[in-house]
Design a protein around this ligand. Sequence first.
Ligand code: GDG
Length: 460
Amino acid sequence: MSRLIIVSNRVAPISEGGPAAGGLAVGVYDALRETGGMWFGWSGDVLSSVPEGIKLEEHGPVTFATIGLVRRDYDQYYRGFSNATLWPAFHYRPDLIEFDRHEYDGYCRVNRWLAAQLAPLLRPDDVIWVHDYHLIPFAQALRAQGVKNRIGFFLHIPFPAPQILLSVPRHQQLMEALCSFDLLGFQTEPDLRAFCDYIATEAGGAVRRDGTKPAEIRAFGQTLRAAAYPIGVYPDEIAALAKDGASGRDVQIVKATLHERKLVMSVDRLDYSKGLVERFRAFERLIEHDSHQRNNVSFLQIAPPTRSDVDAYRDIRLQLEAESGRINGRYAELDWTPIRYIHRQYERPVLAALFREAHVGLVTPLRDGMNLVAKEYVSAQDPDDPGVLVLSQFAGAARELTAALIVNPLDIDGMADALAAALTMPLAERRARYDEMMQQLRDNNVSVWRDNFLRDLKAP
Ligand code: GDG
């Protein structure tokens, strides 16, 4: 049987109960622990001298193959081109793009170097599945090492409209490199369409689409296939985790301090794409306009730190601290703090159990490839008394979770209205919406995502 080799920028540190914050790590780890195989990528260490080689570690059926990065590589490849150029561009924020040609060169160099590290570990029948925007040139780099295996790529973040992609200097080289993969996977149909648009309008390529089969692409002298594969979760596992965690200490503390008030909850890496400031304002609008809600509802925002050495991330942190302080200063009472904003990471089981306590899951990114938190919130609910998901129309998940209350995250009043509707929704409607979404999550869990992608990657 062929081995599955997963390649991603970061190989997630595995603690009990799975990896910590980050959607890619959660999805990939879930996919790999069933099939077994190897997971190759950066260890997370930034070193002062070139690492001696790959470190191999076995965890059950999974071999973790990790390597450190030297400071310059980290700065140029990871912090620079990946997170200060590509991330904002692909999240429709050309205003936040920073470009430096040395960083781009570093990005390509690190891709070549990582490919050269991996190549000697590969066997001829391995299937290689590369993940996310850090590694767009990876197939091209492996081919240059003489690797002939099937190589697929999955993009976890949105694919931008061609006009936005044009604002990334070197976009053509990048897209040429992307076309070296055998199969490209996107989260949603609009992402796939945006890619096909670029190929047809900007790269002079040809796209053939035939029903539900992957699109066939000819561009830059290469042929490849592309399709949408929405990533999922394991809803029943999350449900069990949430139920088991109900008696845990953190959950009991939250319950005790709520004093029967309702709970609105959000969990996001602290990222400007997640729409946190707008969300805080929507909650403010709710308590400002609806006096019944005042002192009867609390909002818990958990936002673990991420990429804090990129300027735009420092800015969003300061902005959020200011907003939560302002809103609490304005509305808090002796026995009530409207917004509890926690800039820290929690264990996965604690989050699941807290989701189950929350009457409303408020998931309102400005742009998001999929958003697993939305899927985890629904999964964690008590089927007899489920909470309500309020979900941004700009999360990939909104295409599947159509029974959520769908909002535009830039419409503060609209979000406040949706919050009010969610907090007062009758049980029968909450159950109907939950049942519909849970069915959807079960039908398209992580195994389905993985199996569909690998089936198409292996297809002749
Ligand atoms: C990218 C795309 C796409 C969050 N805080 C903690 C914690 N988390 C976990 C969540 C969830 C994951 O991290 C976040 O996943 P998302 O999907 O919501 O967002 P990104 O990190 O931006 O992920 C995204 C995803 O890749 C998968 O393809 O959906 O669109 O941007 O699982 O629960 N986990 C722990 N502690 C925390 O404090 N343990």
